[in-house]
Write a protein that binds this ligand. Structure first.
Ligand SMILES: [Zn+2]
Length: 386
């Protein structure tokens, strides 16, 4: 399932040094004509895509929140304006983000609520030409509120099944540990999921704060999840304290299969070499808040990409950031990076390469992407850099 491309350590260290110079010299935005911009936007919109980093709880639209809230008789978020105002007034930083995220996810209470959230998400993915997605969900955030695991999971799984059939999108589920909770609670989640584990492709991690809740805290949980057949991913928000150290833990102690975020890896050349050696893929998420002039982390993603690291673009919590869903994120990233069609195709190719499916299924997706790109004038050699 992993790419067979390997880079020598000396090659990578030389490449990283060269890239640092190149990136700083070419970060200015070019002056494309309107037609060119429209052509690029249409190209990105029509491209078949994969999403690998998407939290169900961050995909609740204002309309869905209000509908569920009123159905359940909850006394907040009863109008779209109220949801939009709360989003706009969030305190800065991760904890301000999570405060709103938790409040809106808590409107979901019944099996039907989880069904509706999942179904409408997959409909949105289809509108973005996403043909494959891994969707995260947070059992502990719901069972800790007294919701039965089977109600929550039953709704998500049925919504997934029905929407897959309706929209032709393939969706797998990744169950996430809320990292600030206890190890016992994470083991309890594995117990609750045991009978449906074959419907869940992976175990990941999210929530926060990350500092004080490092990957090693969950070493034993991850080990058991591995025995039970889950793929493993770690979640390393950008610019949090000890991020690089935590990525090393995820690689060397947890032995994860994929990294969510993890863009601070570029700060440690030895870590970049190790990521390349393992052919490890990172699910980048260059989100944009209303206070950001452009998507975050464009230069970090460009440096990792230039170093040959498998890094993809993903929308993370599309209803809670201005970047929104994947097509819009690709457009904003392209405008901030001046990436060519071939470069943008490579970032999407990276997502398909990072899917946890047999090679034959991945190859079918990649063939579709190649067909689309070549039909739109892209030289495939410029995508793969071979
Ligand atoms: Zn995330």
């Amino acid at each position: 399932m992993r790419s067979t491309v390997r880079y020598s350590k000396s090659f990578l260290l030389t490449a990283i040094a060269a890239i640092s110079l190149t990136v700083s010299a070419c970060s200015a935005k070019n002056d494309e004509t309107v037609d060119t911009t429209d052509d690029m936007r249409a190209f990105l919109a029509g491209m078949p895509k994969a999403e690998l980093h998407l939290h169900l709880e961050g995909t609740l639209s204002a309309e869905t929140i209000v509908e569920i809230t009123n159905r359940n008789g909850i006394d907040y978020f009863t109008t779209i304006a109220e949801v939009e105002q709360a989003l706009a007034n969030r305190p800065p930083g991760l904890m301000g983000f999570l405060e709103h995220h938790f409040k809106s996810q808590n409107v979901m209470q019944t099996r039907q609520d989880f069904y509706d959230a999942t179904y409408s998400l997959i409909e949105k993915l289809h509108e973005n030409n996403v043909v494959y997605a891994d969707v995260f969900f947070d059992p502990q955030a719901h069972t800790s509120r007294g919701i039965a695991f089977n109600d929550m999971f039953g709704g998500i799984d049925a919504g997934r099944r029905d929407a897959e059939a309706k929209f032709g999108v393939t969706v797998n589920l990744i169950m996430c540990i809320n990292r600030e909770r206890s190890v016992e609670s994470a083991f309890e989640m594995l117990d609750q999921a045991y009978s449906v584990r074959e419907k869940i492709i992976g175990l990941g991690m999210d929530s926060g704060p990350e500092y004080g809740n490092p990957p090693v805290k969950y070493e034993d949980v991850y080990a058991r999840a591995r025995e039970e057949g889950y793929f493993l991913t770690g979640h390393h928000d950008v610019d949090v304290r000890d991020s690089v150290k935590h990525i090393w833990q995820s690689l060397e102690i947890i032995d994860i299969d994929r990294i969510d975020h993890g863009l601070n890896a570029i700060d440690d050349p030895e870590l970049v070499v190790e990521l390349a050696r393992r052919s490890m893929c990172l699910t980048g998420s260059p989100v944009k808040r209303s206070t950001d002039p452009a998507p975050q982390d464009v230069d970090r993603i460009r440096k990792l990409d230039s170093a040959g690291i498998c890094v993809s673009l993903n929308s993370d919590d599309p209803e809670e950031f201005e970047t929104g869903y994947l097509t819009n994120m690709l457009i904003l990233f392209q405008e901030a990076s001046d990436y060519t069609k071939a470069d943008m195709t490579r970032l999407v190719l990276n997502a398909f390469n990072a899917i946890w499916l047999p090679d034959s299924e991945k190859d079918a997706y990649i063939a579709e992407l190649k067909k689309y790109a070549v039909a739109n004038g892209v030289e495939w050699n410029n995508v793969t850099l071979n």
